[in-house]
Design a protein around this ligand. Structure first.
Ligand code: MV4
Length: 499
């Protein structure tokens, strides 16, 4: 990265949906022209309309559009683009993309290809942070192949253990082994699964941390040697490694622990000369011990909660740092203001094992009002494409206290009107009302331990409405005084219809 400052005049956003729009909004405020690339499935999407210029780069499947490096580089050249923001997913953690852009004289807004490569390999990441004072879960230093080494390590750290794929991450390629007699088969399977899934059979062993919390620290680094932590996000409410609710700050960190985790995150970043925005993921056990898990070298979906509590615009900071500017603050100047919660509104049916629900948004009215932010990429009448992630929107609330952020979220969820597809809104409403969430005493097993589909209020509005009407009709026939009675749980037909 050149030390000379280079002002970005025109930015290409190599992404779609809500994040493309969110990035372009910050660019516009900075006086930077924006270029959108879109697939045939996204022609009428709001992010395409928002951009100053937009180019179709191919058919709906990502492999023929958003993931084709040569097409994106060509758009950069054709449209005289200075920089590319990759958003999250797609090519955001692809070193080859980064290199191709640099060769074309285009700034990649993100870390170096080397930092991506090291952090993309879980074993290389652990190796890199070793000796930097970052706590690691007890386990093997490198890849394990033989049963003998595996057994000796497992006996030292004691069962249960977790076998992880080096090329995995985000929960992919993990296997718990409870006891000695299961190690041989567990290891063989883990290696063959890793080989099949990632083309790399390297695995390693860690002590299995039971009931952990997922706490991640946002960091931001410039190219002048300054790295700051922007505090933590707690993302323990997730399902099959897909986060559904995130909050900042965590309800359980003390200022002292926050500082130690923040400083550990900065050490992780410094171990790979990190630049830009990054997230260092930790597990926190019941005894409040924390362990480094992995580093995500991109802007994350849940970055808005950090923006709400710090008052910073992470995308603007990413752009400034990519231009070669210094961070406009020091660690001491950063303060946490209030509390923020984000929920992810997916087109999935929580009453039906979170099955993706494709369809058209026949009603779409997001909530508004004080302390409410909606990052979305859809409008009423649009169909949710089947080709991409089924996230419709992120709903973020901010309050002076955690309690205010929660009650505000409940209000905002109730004000969110979506029909045409089932969404995770009902599930998130359930989480907000749950005692374990309210008290802050929850971990990564929340969904497994506390959720069952029948707990959802109005799990199937259509069916409930029909049932209520039929019941009312029958009751009316028998005894007129029951005619106007609402359904058993007090939900009126009007309220059900609104959803
Ligand atoms: C673990 C663990 C317990 N012990 N490592 C899953 C995602 C990946 N980043 C790390 N993961 C885990 N690693 C040890 N040694 C439990 C998990 C884990 C988890 C972590 C964060 C959020 C949700 C999770 C759900 C299941 C397992």
């Amino acid at each position: 990265m050149a030390k000379k400052n280079r002002k970005i005049q025109k930015l290409l956003v190599a992404n779609r949906g809500e994040i493309a729009l969110r990035v372009m909004r910050s660019a516009r405020e900075m006086g930077i022209k924006t270029v959108a690339v879109f697939s045939e499935a996204d022609r009428i999407a709001p992010f395409v309309r928002f951009a100053d210029e937009a180019v179709c780069i191919g058919p709906a499947p990502s492999k023929e559009s958003y993931l084709v490096i040569e097409k994106l580089v060509k758009v950069c050249t054709d449209f005289k683009v200075d920089a590319v923001h990759p958003g999250y997913g797609f090519l955001s953690e692809n070193g080859a993309f980064c290199t191709a852009l640099e060769q074309a004289g285009v700034i990649f807004i993100g870390p170096t290809p080397n930092a991506m490569k090291v952090m993309g390999d879980k074993l290389a990441a652990k190796e890199a942070v070793k000796g930097h004072g970052v706590p690691l879960v007890p386990g093997t230093e490198g890849a394990v192949n033989g049963l003998e080494v595996a057994m000796s390590v497992a006996k030292t750290i004691t069962f249960p253990i977790l076998i992880k794929a080096a090329a995995g991450g985000g929960g992919k390629g993990m296997r718990i082994v409870e006891k000695e007699s299961e190690l041989k088969e567990g290891l063989e399977r883990a290696i063959s699964e890793a080989q099949n899934a990632f083309g790399d059979g390297s695995v390693f062993i860690e002590k299995y941390v039971a009931g952990p919390r997922h706490i991640e620290v946002q960091i931001m680094a410039d190219t002048h040697g300054n790295t700051c932590y922007l505090f933590e996000r707690e993302c323990s409410i997730q399902r099959r490694h897909q986060k559904v609710v995130e909050e900042a700050p965590s309800a359980v960190l003390t200022p002292e622990l926050r500082k130690r985790m923040g400083e550990a995150a900065v050490s992780v970043a410094k171990s790979v000369d990190y630049r830009g925005a990054g997230t260092v993921e930790f597990l926190l056990d019941e005894k409040m011990n924390f362990y480094f898990m992995e580093m995500n070298t991109r802007l994350q979906v849940e970055h808005p909660v950090t923006e709400m509590i710090t008052g910073l615009d992470l995308v603007k900071l990413q752009i400034r740092v990519a231009e070669g500017e210094k961070l406009p603050f020091t660690q001491d100047e950063l303060k946490i203001n209030g509390h923020a919660i984000e929920i992810r509104v997916y087109a999935e049916d929580p009453a039906n094992n979170f099955l993706p629900d494709i369809g058209t948004l026949t009603t779409y009215r997001p909530p508004q009002g004080p302390g409410v932010r909606v990052d979305d990429g859809f409008e009423e009448g649009m169909t949710i494409p089947i080709h991409y992630d089924p996230m419709i929107a992120k709903l973020i609330t901010h309050g002076a206290t955690r309690e205010e952020a929660i009650t505000r979220m409940e209000r905002a969820i109730d004000d969110y009107a979506i029909s045409g597809v089932e969404t995770t809104l009902t599930f998130c409403r359930f989480v907000m009302g749950h005692q374990s969430f309210r008290s802050g005493a929850y971990d990564t097993h929340f969904v497994r331990d506390h959720f069952a589909p029948e707990m959802l209020e109005g799990a199937d509005p259509e069916e409930q409405l029909v049932a209520a009407l039929v019941a009312a009709h029958l009751l009316q026939d028998r005894s007129p005084e029951h005619a106007e009675r609402p359904s058993a749980n007090g939900t009126s037909a009007w309220k059900l219809k609104r959803r």
